[in-house]
Design a protein around this ligand. Structure first.
Ligand SMILES: Cc1cc2nc3c(=O)[nH]c(=O)nc-3n(C[C@H](O)[C@H](O)[C@H](O)COP(=O)(O)O)c2cc1C
Ligand SMILES: CCCCC(=O)C(=O)O
Length: 390
């Protein structure tokens, strides 16, 4: 790998004094979209891409990306739980033609694989969310744009053909929240994904001291806030983390925007029932990739009780720990309508920019399609719980 490129990586993080949140900010310089020295055929799976990202990305960016809380129990559980589930394959089925298409809110998608919202993507590559969105558009995947993206959703919508959903951290000031919602709707976004596992910041023992150390060294813009504050920085006393938020927020969102509302972060049947009661339109079973509460079950272990409770009344998606086509298969078998990935596409972004994100999406979709053929199914709808044993 080009050590010059590596040497010239530098990452700056910034926290805003007076805020509950901390903002990692990019100052990462790299001239090339992709290193010409990389033989793409040597990148056989997402773990190979992860290894490459470790060479290409700055240390601080890697710490932020791969961080979990405390003893990493939730982080590990997300990945390990998939290994406890086995696939029950059927034989002698014509699997020459396989469709990976799904329907979500009346729209058809070529793939059940979605890009989870990930903040501050310029930390991983100078083109940040633009590179990710171009890759998502090229490979026809839906992308969820984080509230704390370095590029605003309107810029991403203008510069790319990607289909976007907007992830909302509501902020403690509802005037700002309304602005964020309007911006997303004006950008053609039809779905708002409210993150509900983040009432306070998780105990990221590695990441937070690092953030504090580099705090207030430099200010760099947060795309979605540029429309409200010229420098993209929220005033002191305002935070994207709102510990006072309750279930009433779903109704408030419905009154204040025309988007469908998905709740990201549900891990129990009790909350699945409340999601229905309060009028949500969908759920993402998620524990924030093991970055919030420690000692959670793996998300795939939470999925069945949520799916049972919802009983087909709304789409149930899942993220956390998906690293293989078989993981996608297992999640679909256990009732997920679609699945989302966070870190894997960021490894691609950090390793090779847009090309790396496309590569990760290709790898996972190729694996999924082959796994479907080997298991004897030709459509996503055929993947039911009869195809797994846990
Ligand atoms: C670096 C990083 C930043 C993230 N930023 C956000 C965010 O801004 N909003 C959000 O709802 N979730 C965020 N998440 C959580 C992801 O959306 C997703 O739930 C998680 O990454 C899934 O787990 P996986 O990384 O194992 O695929 C972030 C995750 C990572 C790794
Ligand atoms: C204040 C939120 C930061 C982005 C995020 O959600 C994460 O790092 O996990």
């Amino acid at each position: 790998m080009n050590s010059e490129i590596q040497r010239r990586h530098f990452i700056k993080w910034i926290g805003m004094s007076g805020l509950y949140m901390t903002l990692p900010i990019a100052g990462c310089i790299r001239e090339n979209e992709a290193s010409t020295e990389v033989d793409l055929t040597s990148l056989r799976n997402v773990f190979d891409v992860e290894k490459l990202s470790k060479k290409e990305m700055g240390e601080d960016a890697l710490l932020y990306l791969n961080d979990g809380v405390e003893d990493r129990l939730t982080l590990k559980a997300n990945v390990e739980a998939y290994k406890k589930i086995q696939i029950r394959a059927r034989r002698l089925i014509d699997v020459r033609n396989v469709s990976t298409g799904i329907e979500l809110f009346g729209e058809s998608w070529d793939s059940p694989l979605i890009l989870s919202p990930v903040g501050y993507q310029q930390l991983f590559h100078p083109h940040g969310e633009i590179a990710t969105a171009k890759a998502a558009a090229q490979k026809k995947h839906l992308m969820m744009v984080s509230s704390v993206a370095n590029h605003s959703i309107s810029t991403i919508a203008d510069k790319t053909q990607a289909k976007l959903w907007f992830q909302l951290y509501p902020t403690t000031d509802r005037k700002i929240t309304k602005h964020l919602l309007q911006q997303a709707e004006n950008s053609g976004c039809k779905v708002c994904v409210l993150t509900i596992d983040h009432p306070v910041l998780g105990n990221r023992e590695v990441g937070i001291p690092l953030l504090r150390k580099i705090m207030s060294t430099r200010k760099l813009k947060m795309g979605n806030f540029e429309g409200i504050f010229p420098d993209g920085i929220m005033p002191e006393g305002t935070s994207v983390i709102d510990p006072s938020m309750t279930w009433d927020m779903v109704g408030w969102l419905k009154e204040n925007c025309g988007m469908k509302i998905i709740l990201k972060g549900i891990v129990t049947k009790e909350d699945a029932a409340l999601a229905v009661e309060y009028g949500a339109d969908g759920i993402v079973v998620s524990n924030h990739g093991g970055r919030q509460l420690e000692s959670n079950l793996g998300t795939i272990e939470c999925l069945p009780e949520v799916v049972d409770e919802i009983d087909g009344r709304m789409p149930v998606m899942i993220d956390g720990g998906i690293r293989r086509g078989t993981d996608i298969f297992k999640a679909l078998a256990l009732g997920a309508t679609a699945v989302c990935i966070g870190r894997p596409f960021c490894w691609g972004l950090g390793a090779l920019g847009q090309q790396g994100v496309e590569l990760v999406l290709d790898i996972l979709m190729t694996e999924l399609k082959r796994d479907m053929q080997l298991a004897g199914v030709t459509s996503i709808q055929q993947i039911t719980k009869d195809y797994v044993r846990s």
